[in-house]
Design a protein around this ligand. Structure first.
Ligand code: MN
Length: 436
């Protein structure tokens, strides 16, 4: 596993692609993958470089590299990224070095390479992976505590929280790429604690600011991924919005957990920022509070504790229909960080497979809502408005308890560290509409 920065992360590295140097999200130090199509070409794999996309199939066809490198490029250049996801961590690292060398400034790039670059503004981005399975964790401890406090003021965290990286199994068929409309779900709805439901459109539609964690896995059913090997099974990260209908969720969740209050849509960002790109932004897992239990041995690994957390800055922004009409920019509702997670992604992988559950290349984990510790860190409206009791006031005077039709929610994320180029995750956005 590559946890240390190398020459591909050097801040002075520049690209021959115009607009790449200093790009806030996609300078040459990032090289995230996506699936894109254009008017001329069906969906295919690409790598973002500044405002452009590099067509991986065109690069593979150009025969610019040979031997094992050619095989790695060809494997990455699929109709989805699943075959890329199936590669080993060593192959992913080699892929990063091949791309970095092809795109870095210096020698004049061959015409076939120049022709493989497409303007991202002319491309449509697709779901990057054929998602086999999707599990959503609950690792944002500030979210778990704030949400839990509404129901159990004296004991917000359930007894299992600090022992087990808890999750529910989500649904992969409704995982969509950024921009897919958010059709307000209809269902059995009830306020928390109510004993009778009614049926109708959700009145308590909410977002959840989460990290998407893309996983390799590949363990056979009945076998495990030990924590020492789990870090190498993280392919990359994106943004994930676990849209939630709180009134449907409140009624249905007991005793089996989230169902129709969640599975009407999950939005992910189109770019997979690789674990290799994030090497400079790895961090020690923040120490647990005094008195917290130590993780059980199967979740304990010294390297994971020293390098297994990811310092990714996260934001959620809202733009209402009225703000769009007035030409106002989206308003930031909250910010948080990947360091606000109580469990590392490797601990999630080790735990998920600890019973022999098989993970497959392209499986998707949600981190759980990532909330910061303070009042500006609430990663959902449930927290921000105290379950709808304290409306949020927007700069133009509008208020929100939960989402209204015409609201657009934008998740964004990036990494910054002294001495390294800033890299970004892009956006995951969705506009709320009512079923026509
Ligand atoms: Mn969630």
């Amino acid at each position: 596993m590559s946890v240390l920065p190398d020459e591909t992360h050097a801040s002075q590295l520049t690209s021959w692609v115009e607009g790449a140097d200093g790009h806030p999200d996609f300078p040459i130090q990032n090289l995230p993958l996506c699936i894109f199509s254009t008017a001329e070409s069906p969906p295919r794999a690409g790598v973002a470089i500044g405002p452009m996309l590099l067509d991986l199939a065109a690069v593979a066809d150009a025969g610019l590299v040979g031997g094992e490198d050619a095989r790695i490029l060809r494997t990455a250049a699929g109709r989805t990224l699943n075959s890329f996801f199936a590669m080993s961590a060593a192959q992913r690292l080699r892929f990063r070095h091949i791309l970095s060398q092809l795109l870095c400034a210096g020698a004049d790039p061959p015409p076939m390479l120049r022709e493989a670059v497409v303007d991202a503004a002319t491309a449509r981005l697709h779901l990057p992976v054929d998602v086999g399975d999707y599990s959503d964790f609950f690792a944002g401890i500030h979210h778990a505590a704030t949400a839990g406090r509404m129901f159990r003021p004296d004991n917000p965290l359930l007894p299992n929280y600090k022992h087990v990286p808890i999750a529910y199994h989500g649904r992969s068929s409704s995982v969509c790429v950024s921009g897919h409309p958010v059709v307000r779900p209809v269902g059995q709805r009830a306020a928390h604690g109510a004993t009778e439901p009614d049926y109708g459109a959700s009145n308590r539609l909410d977002y959840e600011l989460e990290l998407a964690i893309w996983v390799r896995g590949g363990n056979a059913l009945g076998t495990t991924i030990p924590i020492e090997r789990a870090g190498a099974e993280i392919v990359g990260f994106g943004l994930l919005n676990d849209w939630s209908a709180r009134d449907i969720q409140a009624w249905e969740t007991q005793p089996l957990g989230p169902f129709l209050g969640k599975n009407f849509l999950t939005t992910v960002s189109p770019f997979v920022v690789t674990a290799e790109a994030l090497a400079p932004f790895r961090s020690p897992q923040p120490p647990r509070a005094q008195g917290d239990p130590a993780p059980l041995p199967y979740l304990q690994d010294a390297e994971d504790q020293s390098h297994g957390a990811f310092d990714i800055q996260l934001e959620v922004l809202l733009r209402t229909a009225e703000m769009r009409r007035s030409g106002l920019a989206p308003h930031r509702l909250a910010r948080s960080s990947g360091l606000d997670l109580y469990w590392t992604p490797a601990q999630m992988i080790a735990h998920h497979s600890s019973n022999g559950c098989n993970l497959r290349p392209g499986d998707l984990f949600g981190s759980g809502t990532v909330s910061g510790p303070g009042p500006d860190g609430h990663g959902s409206l449930l927290e921000l408005t105290s379950g709808g009791r304290n409306p949020a006031v927007l700069p133009n005077g509008e208020t929100r308890t939960f989402l209204e039709d015409g609201d657009e929610v934008i998740l964004t994320g990036w990494c910054e560290r002294e001495g390294f180029a800033r890299i970004g995750l892009g956006e995951a956005k969705g506009l709320v509409v009512t079923r026509g």
